[in-house]
Design a protein around this ligand. Sequence first.
Ligand code: C2E
Ligand code: MG
Ligand code: MG
Ligand code: MG
Length: 289
Amino acid sequence: EAKAAGRNTHWMFEAKAHARTAARSSLALDMKEAIRRGDFFLVYQPIIDVTTGSVVSFEALMRWRHPEHGLISPGEFIAVAEETGLIVPLGAWALKEACREAVYWPEPLCVSVNVSTVQFRGGLEEAVIAALASSGLAAQRLKLEVTESLLAQNPEQAVAVLHRLRAIDVHIALDDFGTGYSSMSYLRRFPFHLLKIDRAFIRDIADPDAAAIVRAMVGIGERLGMGIIAEGVETAEQLELVRREGCKQVQGYLFSKPLPAVEARAFARSGRAQKASAARERNDRNPPP
Ligand code: C2E
Ligand code: MG
Ligand code: MG
Ligand code: MG
């Protein structure tokens, strides 16, 4: 009986795996069509400098409006796009779109774009240069977010591309820091401009051990000359604690969820107004002689 049940489970597993494969390949087919039709779009989440209270950058995050399945998040389609290689045209589109949008924000606001390891083997440098050229965005207003897996897979080639991008003034952030394998060794392979501490550490920051780890990450990043961003700050308590551990930039639902482009534009402009009024307040308190 147990054997029969085992066979049954096995059969069900295969059926499920098959259904999953089928779903994936139909998703991949849909994706080609969706790129052509323009069903992908970007939302933008502000990154705040806590020392001034102003927005410094927005992270562009991809969304897919599927005609039947509705809104699909990148957690569901990025892996498929990577497996099929479709991330190359999709990623090039995202770079172009994000740069085109950032032109509408007051300077010196930046845009951060996530790039997949697969794009490094698919002409990333050319895609970046094309996006900057077609939008007219200054290179120093574009940041790329990469993960540790990039440096694990083909470090020499990846590092060479990163250095060339750095040379044209594009800043590079190490995303999801602390979640990959052997994080520390990657910090020596490339001089990242920014380190993004993964949400997992921020979520648990009320725990003194998690707080100690965040403090250590901030210390290492600063000693290496990198800016630090805390990802996924959701509560005022978490904000207080990440500030205490020395994080100067934060991103998370406490400030804003990722916003549609029109709302991000408004946020970008008010972010500047906020900063201006803060400066006025300071002047009011210390009137110039
Ligand atoms: P990521 O680059 O680490 O982006 C941060 C993710 O955390 C985003 O999820 C964002 O919506 C979410 N988030 C931000 N603040 C909070 C918070 O306070 N609480 C919680 N619970 N979540 C928060 P999203 O948009 O679903 O993206 C997931 C991942 O998909 C990204 O992680 C990134 O790795 C990937 N991704 C998104 N867009 C792109 C893209 O254009 N290209 C590539 N290659 N990957 C992308
Ligand atoms: Mg990111
Ligand atoms: Mg991240
Ligand atoms: Mg992440």
